[in-house]
Design a protein around this ligand. Sequence first.
Ligand code: URA
Length: 260
Amino acid sequence: MESALDWHTARALLEWQFEMGVDEAILDQPMDRFAVEQAAREAAEARKSTLPAAGPTRVQRVEIDPVGEAEAAARAATSLDALRAAMDGFEHCHLKRGARNLVFSDGVPGAKVMLVGEAPGRDEDLQGKPFVGKAGQLLDRMLAPIGLSRAESVYITNVLPWRPPQNRDPKPEEIAMMLPFLLRHIALAKPDLLVIVGNISCQALLGKRGITRLRGIWTSAAGKPALPIFHPAYLLRNPAAKREAWADMLALRAKLESGQ
Ligand code: URA
């Protein structure tokens, strides 16, 4: 069949999509969304036709509480592997549908230091590991001078295991439904202390934002001593803040050396 679009129109459409923020094709094959909608309509019609005809019978709506579901699934997980499987099977967070991979963790389970980042970006989504892009490489370079590395001495995860579209900030309801998994993750990984990386992680674990005020001050989260630090992605945009980030790394080293 001959295409209805000429080259110039097709190009103008593509540029328009790019300007609207589309920066990558999610699937290998194009998806016919009209067909998907049509199929959903037909399925809804088919469901309707199997319902009893109008009469005294009432159709009961079952409300799902995603936070409650997450709490139950997280509680039932008694190992990190089981927790990963439980998160993989959790269907209530729609971010899962747009993500390529579950990003669970990297580093050494059981390490004294556990870092909690925000959410996967493009590289993390592709590789299924946290902090593997540019920000992650900077994080590695921040840890190395104080003798820490993901190969030997830190464990890393994120508040959200799935990449938000366009790397937008996670929504409060997404954080709320994934928080039970994060708390269980911390309980099972048993770190001595937490490093809270960036504002979203502060929001999730401390219930407040304001990383500029919070950073560098030891606090407590999930029952552990916790140090908020600037997110390395912020440091890439604001190199002048690396000074404070270095002070925070020294505070982390001092805490580890003091053994408290
Ligand atoms: N930023 C994060 O907070 N986490 C990642 O895994 C990558 C980038």
